[in-house]
Structures are given as structure tokens and as C-alpha cells.
Design a protein around this ligand. Structure first.
Ligand code: SAH
Length: 364
């Protein structure tokens, strides 16, 4: 049985022709009734994937302390918005606020702004923050958050933003599209017309790519809005995600269901679609806007510099043997560099107003 979204996508293709990869990804994730994030809570053992804050409380706690130190570096403004893009179940922020009570002036200065498009996850966040003593607001877009000094945190947010893909042929670079074959199956296709002057936006070393090569990019809309706020009101932003530090070639679009990779064109709306974050593109957009960048560091280096090993030691000191093993395996998952571990694959990039001299974890 095709998914309801698959039927709708095939109709769109029949009427208007093939969709860009970005449009397809956007429909799969955010279609108002059938989108993946619109219809479910995807996290945890019984869900489709697990994220760092869901693996261990240590992650959100360290980010809360990082935010408190960043607030000091900003000159300790008396009011600051702690904004989280794509907060999932709200776990990171709950852990961050608990840790932030160690810096009472910061805890008193902050209000929380969640940027979330999923009604299911927003309802979960509302329930999780029902009893929390903090001002919390929800917004569909960062542009709707109150203006003022801001600390933005985005964990596994940018990877969920739609990517465009272009494919090299003898004739140039073409938008990669999604169409349907004679049997009505969704297939990848190319826009027959090359994208005019596409090569000129590529770094020099990617310009002689072989036919078949794929280049991916995302809209700079969100990073530009972050930069505008950092420049106008002061602040910092922290992006943590899986991705690459240098711009490169390759198809990184991936679909995950029940903790396994599946075909991105199969059962649209039923699996999580993501693609690697191009940290070089984020850095480029920030510099273009006049915003300073720190890192990217690997998640391993970032968390070790923030003291995750000592935090794990303290948690273990008051734990049962079973809990001690859980702390050890969570630590390995977050900072390990092996397969299925997040320490090397995940990168951490900070953006800041150029008046800001140092940031915790990025100085040493
Ligand atoms: N940060 C959380 C969740 C990551 S999953 C964690 O680490 O556990 C991606 C999150 O981004 C979800 O909350 C999803 O609903 C949200 N999201 C995806 N696209 C979005 C968009 N364009 N605007 C706002 N939120 C979005």
C-alpha cells in the first residue's frame, strides 16, 4: 500500500512534472497532514532514531553550562532569549535549565523560545514544560521570536532542513528531481536544462567534477536570520550536527526508519529524511554576513573540553552497577569515534557577534 503522501506526490508530479529534491524532502518531513514530523514522535528505542540529549542527561546539562558561560562572555545582559531550533521532546532544554540553576543570575535573565513546526512535538514540549519555572514561548519560525540578545542552540536541526542536489553531466550541472516511472514508482531524474553558471558558485577544486558527481546545498535563510540577530542585538549560536567540515561532492540524502537505513523514495512520510550538514557553507554564510565563527570542533573534543568525563564520573559515583554501565555506554556513544558513535561524525560550530572574544570549549 502506498502511503497517502506517496499518492499525493504522484498527483503533483502528474500535474506539474517532477519535484526538486528539496521540495520532496520538505513534503516528506513537513506536509501539513502527512509529514513525518507532523504525525509522530520519532525518538527513542521504539521510534526511528535517537539523538544526543535522548542518550544522556549529560549532553543538555553541559550545553546549559556552556550557555551560561556564553552569556557571561556576552556581558551578562539582564534579559536574554535562550532559543532552541527543533527541540524534539524538550529534553535538551530541561537538562540545560536544571544545570543553569548553578548560575542563578543567568537562570533569572533567560526566557526560552522554542522554534518548532511539528504539532505533535510541540504538544510534548508543552507537557514537559508545564511545571517548569521559566517563561517559554513557541514559534513556527526563528523570525517570529522576540528581538534582543539571544543564545541559539540547534542540535540535529540543520540536517532536517531540505537540501537541493545538482548532478554533473557533459552539459553542465542539473537539478536532481523526483519523478515517476511507467509503473508509477518514484524515481530520481534530472532536469534536462543545466543550471546557468552553476560552476561559478562551486569552490575551485570541485569545478572539474566527473559526470555523475552530486553537489548538495541548503537555503541560507535560517543562518542569515541568526546572523542578523547576532549583529543587531548581540549573542551566540551553537549548531551541533552530523556533517562535513569541507565542502565536498556526494549524495548524503538518507532515510531512517526503526533505526535502519531505507530507500528515501520508499514510503514517503514514513521515514526520517536528513542529509549531512555542510559546515563550510554555514561558516561561509556567517562570514559573508560579518559574523565570527568558532570551530567546527568534533563533538568529542567539544564535550571533553566541557568536562563530560568528570560529569560521567560524578554520575557514576552515586549509581548502581547497572546505572554505571549505562553512563559508560552513553559516554561512549556521545564521544566515541567508532561506527555508530557520534564523537567524530558530529561537529559543533559556534557563531557570534564579532565583539565576542572567547567562548568556552573553543579557546583551547
Ligand atoms: N533537537 C532535538 C530534535 C532533533 S529532530 C534532539 O536533539 O533530540 C529535528 C527537530 O527539528 C524536530 O523537533 C522537528 O520537528 C524540528 N524541525 C524540523 N524542521 C523544522 C523547521 N523547518 N522549523 C522548525 N523545526 C523543525
Amino acid at each position: 500500500m502506498p502511503t497517502p503522501l506517496e499518492e499525493e506526490i504522484k498527483q503533483l508530479i502528474a500535474v506539474d512534472g517532477p519535484l526538486s529534491v528539496a521540495r520532496y524532502m520538505e513534503l516528506c518531513l513537513a506536509h501539513p497532514t502527512h509529514g513525518y514530523y507532523v504525525t509522530r514522535d520519532p525518538f527513542g528505542v521504539h521510534g526511528d532514531f535517537t539523538t544526543s540529549p535522548e542518550i544522556s542527561q549529560m549532553f543538555g546539562e553541559l550545553l546549559g553550562l556552556w550557555a551560561a558561560a556564553a552569556w557571561r562572555a556576552m556581558g551578562a545582559p539582564s534579559l536574554v532569549v535562550l532559543a532552541e531550533l527543533g527541540p524534539g521532546r524538550g529534553t535538551l532544554m530541561l537538562d540545560a535549565l536544571r544545570a543553569a540553576t548553578l548560575v542563578p543570575e543567568f537562570r533569572a535573565a533567560l526566557s526560552v523560545a522554542f522554534v518548532e513546526t511539528s504539532p505533535v512535538l510541540r504538544a510534548q514540549q508543552e507537557a514537559a514544560f508545564d511545571e517548569v519555572d521559566a517563561k517559554v514561548t513557541w514559534h513556527a519560525d526563528l523570525a517570529d521570536v522576540a528581538e534582543g540578545p539571544i543564545i541559539v542552540i540547534a542540535n540535529e536541526f540543520f540536517d532536517a532542513l531540505p537540501i537541493h542536489q545538482a548532478v554533473k553531466t557533459q552539459a553542465g550541472w542539473h537539478d536532481r528531481m523526483i519523478g515517476a516511472d511507467a509503473e508509477g514508482r518514484l524515481i530520481f531524474a534530472l532536469n534536462p536544462d543545466p543550471i546557468p553558471s552553476f560552476e561559478s558558485i562551486l569552490p575551485q577544486r570541485l569545478r572539474n567534477a566527473q559526470p555523475g558527481a552530486i553537489f548538495e546545498w541548503r537555503s541560507d535563510r535560517t543562518v542569515n536570520e541568526i546572523c542578523r540577530r547576532l549583529l543587531s542585538f548581540g549573542g551566540v549560536a551553537l549548531a551541533l550536527d552530523y556533517g562535513h567540515v569541507e565542502m565536498g561532492l556526494g549524495d548524503t540524502l538518507q532515510a531512517v526508519r526503526a533505526h535502519a537505513y531505507v530507500d528515501p523514495l520508499e514510503r514517503p512520510g514514513d521515514s526520517d529524511l536528513t542529509a549531512h550538514v555542510d559546515f563550510a557553507a554555514l561558516v561561509g554564510a556567517a562570514h559573508h554576513a560579518g559574523v565570527k565563527t568558532f570551530g567546527p570542533l568534533t563533538q568529542r573534543d567539544f564535550l571533553i573540553r566541557l568536562g563530560i568525563e568528570a560529569r560521567a564520573g560524578r554520575l557514576k559515583a552515586s549509581a548502581s552497577p547497572g546505572q554505571m554501565a549505562d553512563v559508560d555506554s552513553a559516554l561512549a556513544r556521545l564521544i566515541g569515534t567508532g561506527r555508530n558513535e557520534m564523537g567524530a561524525l558530529f561537529k559543533v560550530l559556534a557563531l557570534a557577534n564579532s565583539r565576542l572574544q572567547t567562548l568556552p570549549a573553543f579557546d583551547s
